[in-house]
Design a protein around this ligand. Structure first.
Ligand code: ATP
Ligand code: MG
Ligand code: MG
Length: 412
């Protein structure tokens, strides 16, 4: 289909599912990440590189071996990618290093979206840069109100770079600074967002072809627990069913407009907030396949991973239509009841919660478990997911109920 070899920065579960999709078209992938047994390296027995995807010399090594470079994580060394344009001009990079650079800094990302999506009318909540000083945080809390969402600009995931400031008391502000900037914090490390009183969180996967054309998957509802994605419902529905088609069209339009404003090809995950008024605000964008799009593997005519591959190789994009009545996805997160594996017998599953949910999934019609092959489980770590499909929301809800009650039994 394509004789091009694709290099992936990052060897986690997204790289694993991407490499599996590439294998269906005989496309070779080379993974750059530390460790011989990174999840993505287990998919195919091809020569990978053991090294950090943040290290420019390893990125150079990867570039020697491939025709197209892509990422499964945005926290990469963008300058090293830019330099490849001179040292390895034949290697295409998707999405572009500029796009990754803007998105990896959440504050720059917000400024970019503001400029490209209508200035003061852009679908964004209020946000402001802050200095990491009690005085400045107090000033912004007075301006944007409480609670106030404080965020690290870079290297955030699963809510780990966020802090909800609930009062302007000096000790609360000090606690926020200590949590977000344990090393003191310099200028430009944090920014603040006005609290968004959303009624639902939504997400849309958008695929951007090399020609800049975009197509989007259905808007889904994401349910977070402790700031980590817990469940996805596809397509999303509200209690006000008559309004849904309008909200759906609006959400997809906003997500597509946002992704049109970037450069380079690939899929992007757009996270949004739905307010009680029906207003939609963008939360953040990921320049890669996204947890909220895993359901597309079983539920859509082409998966997010298939379309990411097609986009970066310039192949015809696949249909983004949902091909089942409805779908749900449950993340399998590591528990705090780990069984230490015997050193001589390294097993993937040292976590009884993973075994339990997988067994329930195997006897649930329409359910497909995906385990990521991570050797070590940890509380809250994404170890796998289960997709459930059905003819209707009601059927998916019933099928998911067995999994949710197994999870609740385990937790109590
Ligand atoms: P991800 O794993 O999705 O990359 P992240 O660490 O980048 O997460 P955010 O997406 O910024 O974190 O925020 C995590 C969650 O916190 C959101 O999904 C939402 O539930 C909540 N949240 C974020 N920003 C706001 C806000 N301004 N107001 C209210 N809640 C918010
Ligand atoms: Mg994020
Ligand atoms: Mg997020």
């Amino acid at each position: 289909m394509s004789s091009k070899v694709v290099g992936i920065l990052g060897g986690g579960q997204l790289g694993r599912m991407f490499a599996a999709a590439a294998s269906l078209l005989n496309v070779k992938t080379v993974i750059l990440d530390v460790g011989d047994d990174a999840p993505a390296k287990q998919v195919l027995n091809s020569p990978h590189i053991n090294g950090s995807f943040k290290d420019p010399s390893f990125i150079q090594q990867l570039a020697e071996k491939v025709d197209v470079l892509t990422v499964e994580i945005e926290h990469v060394d963008v300058d090293a990618l830019r330099k490849l344009r001179e040292s390895h001009p034949q290697v295409e990079i998707h999405p572009s290093p500029e796009t990754i650079g803007i998105i990896q800094d959440k504050y720059r990302q917000k400024l970019h979206l503001q400029v490209h999506l209508g200035g003061a009318n852009a679908p964004l909540g209020l946000f402001q840069q802050i200095d990491v000083t009690p005085d400045d945080i107090k000033r912004v809390a007075a301006e944007l109100g409480l609670p106030l969402m404080l965020k690290r600009r870079t290297l955030a995931y699963d809510g780990r770079g966020n802090y909800v400031l609930r009062s302007s008391e000096p000790r609360d502000i000090t606690a926020a600074i200590q949590f977000l900037c344990p090393n003191g914090g310099g200028k430009g490390e944090l920014y603040a967002e006005k609290w968004v009183p959303f009624i639902k969180e939504l997400a849309v996967m958008v695929v951007r072809g090399r020609d800049g054309n975009v197509a989007s998957y259905p808007a889904v509802e994401t349910v977070h627990k402790d700031s980590i994605c817990h469940l996805v419902w596809a397509p999303f529905r509200t209690a006000n069913v008559e309004q849904d088609p309008f909200i759906r069209a609006n959400v997809q339009r906003i997500a597509q407009e946002a992704i049109k404003s970037f450069t380079g090809a690939g899929v992007f995950g757009v996270e949004l907030f739905l307010l009680a008024s029906g207003e939609i605000l963008i939360n953040e964008i990921a320049p890669r396949p996204h947890n909220s799009g895993h359901y597309t593997i079983e539920a859509c005519e082409s998966s997010q991973f298939d379309n990411h591959l097609r986009a970066i190789l310039g192949l015809p994009l696949g249909s983004t239509k949902i091909k089942v009545g409805a779908a749900g996805m449950l993340n399998i997160l590591g528990s705090n009841r780990l069984i230490q594996p015997q050193p001589s017998k390294v097993s993937f599953s040292s976590d009884p919660l993973i075994d339990k949910l997988t067994h329930v999934a195997l006897s649930t019609p329409g359910a497909t478990p995906h385990l990521y092959g991570k050797a070590q489980s940890r509380k809250g770590r994404k170890m796998g997911h289960i997709t459930v499909v059905g003819v209707s929301d009601a059927e998916v809800g019933e099928r998911m109920a067995g999994l949710l009650s197994a999870l609740a039994d385990f937790e109590h």
